[in-house]
Structure formats: structure tokens, C-alpha cells
Design a binder for this molecule. Structure first.
Ligand code: ATP
Length: 300
């Protein structure tokens, strides 16, 4: 019995570890229950990230051959830049992120990280290099501190404290009766969407991956929560290359560059001000959101 128990127990441990590593990624990308469609090339080397430069070169992709989603998409995120992707619902923003993690292979074109085509390196090394802040972070049924430390289970206490500060969680944690030992998760304290995203940011800060994909929540937050997330996001942006899938344009007005997707193509790219001056798709999206926010303000 013991002989049977040990391997099963070990397998259970391995399974839980793998699930933990994948939870946020799957959650962000809406990929739960999905069968893998890509695999490592035989003898593929590991990705080596020195600077964190991301390049999409003439990328074309469709989930089905008869329905292209992205066509001839090209842009560069220089090391350390914060670049936002915007566009109407269904424009292909999340698809871009899924392709960067290589959940699917491209129909044509290439995605390169520091010059290395992602289809030529191991999936493990690729996904290790990229951290994700999902729209809806999964919190485990344990303390808030353990939830943060899950970004790096071997992190030193000082590193965890630093991540708490940088993610602007200190004030929130100090207000809890049990501080960082407060239980969260399904059976614990209810944590708001904004606080959850900051916990995810603290995890990513601990994980130390050179590239971060930030999947911004669709739902509007009150302005205090939004400011706290923005501040946490800025901590994250310094020292990382970040790609933000943005829904609310007000959160990315200070991005280094904004990529506007329209009908599967990069229709415009530039800074917030340059895009407003162009009076094109972005300017229309901006006007629409301003109007919606003004209306919501009147109702609320
Ligand atoms: P939103 O702002 O609503 O999240 P998005 O810009 O992120 O939208 P995507 O989720 O990338 O858009 O979807 C782009 C297109 O691909 C849409 O037409 C969508 O219906 C389609 N699509 C997305 N996922 C799949 C899938 N797994 N299988 C087939 N089609 C899909």
C-alpha cells in the first residue's frame, strides 16, 4: 500500500505544481480545457532573454482557415517599453497575447523575442520568460502573503515586502485584522477586482520575468482603485517590457506606444496625443469612451 501511495502522492504533488504554474495563464487567455496544438521542435534550445525586445513581423493568423483574425500584423516593443494594444471587441487583442505565448502557431509571419523566433525555442522557456497579469486572478485558499509568494515560492521575506510596496498593497494589507496572514480565496476574505489585480502584480514582480503581459479588466473601477492599479502597473513597467491589452483607454494614455487593431490589421500606432491628432480610429474610440463615461457618471 505504501509503495502505491508514495508515487501517487508524488504525482499529485507534480500535478498541483503544474496546475499552479498554469492557472493564471489559462485564466487570462481563456484557454481552460483547451487541447495543446503546438509542441517543441526536436532539439529546440531555450529562449535566452537579454533585453526583452518583442517583434511581430507580418503575422497572419485565424482560428479557422476560412476566418482570418490577424493579417499582416507588425510592430515592435523595444526593451523596457510599455506598449498597449487597443481596438473594438473582437479585434484580436487577446489573440495577439495568445500567439506571443505560442498557444497556436501562425499561418505566416514570425514573432521574435530578442531576435529568436518563438517557434524555434522550448515552450517552457518561452512561458517562463513572460509573466501575466490576468483580468481575473485566481486566489488560492490560503493567506494573502502566500498568495503573493506564489510568484516565487523561494522568495526572501524582504523581496515579498518590496513586492507588496511596489504593488501598492501595503495600505490594504495593513487595514486587515490579520494583516498579511488574512485568509483569502473562496472561503476567505472577499477581495475586490482591483486588489486582486494588485496581488497579481506583486506575484509578477516577485517572479521577475523580463516580459509582462497585462490583460486589463474590462469592468470600470472606481477612481481610487484605478489610480492604485495604475501606480502598481507603473512599478511593474519599470525594468520590464510590457504589453498591455487595454479596454479602458484612460489607463494607457501614458503608454510609450499604442497599437490600434482594426479588422485584424494594425490600423494606427503612436502615442495617445499623436493618435488623437490623427483623428482616426483611436480618436473615435476615445471620443466614444469619454461619452460613455460621462453618461455613466450622470446615471451613477
Ligand atoms: P475583447 O475586447 O472582446 O476581449 P479581443 O480584441 O481580445 O476582444 P479576441 O478574443 O482576440 O478579440 O478575438 C478575435 C476574434 O477571434 C473574434 O472574432 C473571436 O470571436 C475569435 N476567436 C477568439 N477565440 C477563438 C477561438 N478559440 N476559436 C475560434 N475563434 C475565436
Amino acid at each position: 500500500m505504501i509503495q502505491l501511495f508514495i508515487p501517487l502522492n508524488f504525482l499529485g504533488f507534480v500535478y498541483r505544481e503544474i496546475r499552479r504554474a498554469l492557472t493564471d495563464l489559462e485564466n487570462m487567455l481563456g484557454l481552460l480545457e483547451q487541447q495543446p496544438t503546438v509542441e517543441d521542435m526536436p532539439g529546440a534550445p531555450e529562449l535566452i532573454v537579454r533585453q526583452g525586445r518583442i517583434e511581430f513581423a507580418r503575422v497572419a493568423f485565424g482560428y479557422r482557415p476560412d476566418r482570418p483574425v490577424l493579417r499582416d500584423v507588425g510592430f515592435v516593443v523595444e526593451p523596457g517599453q510599455r506598449v498597449a494594444v487597443v481596438g473594438a471587441s473582437g479585434a484580436g487583442k487577446s489573440t495577439l497575447a495568445r500567439l506571443l505565448f505560442r498557444f497556436y502557431d501562425l499561418d505566416s509571419g514570425q514573432i521574435r523575442i530578442d531576435g529568436q523566433p518563438i517557434e524555434g525555442v522550448t515552450l517552457d522557456s518561452l512561458r517562463q520568460a513572460i509573466a501575466v497579469v490576468p483580468q481575473d486572478t485566481v486566489l488560492f485558499n490560503t493567506t494573502i502573503r502566500d498568495n503573493i509568494a506564489y510568484g516565487d515560492p523561494e522568495a526572501a521575506p524582504e523581496a515579498i515586502e518590496r513586492a507588496i510596496d511596489m504593488a501598492h498593497l501595503r495600505h490594504f494589507i495593513d487595514s486587515l485584522p490579520d494583516g498579511d496572514q488574512t485568509l483569502v480565496g473562496e472561503r476567505g476574505l472577499k477581495v475586490s477586482g482591483g486588489e486582486k489585480q494588485r496581488i497579481a502584480i506583486a506575484r509578477v514582480l516577485l517572479k521577475g520575468s523580463p516580459i509582462v503581459v497585462f490583460d486589463e479588466a474590462t469592468s470600470a473601477l472606481d477612481s481610487g482603485a484605478e489610480q492604485a492599479i495604475l501606480a502598481a502597473m507603473r512599478s511593474l513597467a519599470s525594468g520590464h517590457t510590457s504589453l498591455v491589452i487595454a479596454h479602458r483607454l484612460s489607463t494607457i494614455t501614458d503608454a510609450d506606444r499604442i497599437i490600434v487593431l482594426h479588422e485584424g490589421r494594425v490600423a494606427e500606432q503612436g502615442t495617445h496625443q499623436a493618435l488623437l491628432d490623427q483623428a482616426g480610429h483611436y480618436a473615435r474610440l476615445w471620443a466614444l469612451q469619454q461619452e460613455q463615461e460621462a453618461q455613466a457618471g450622470q446615471i451613477g
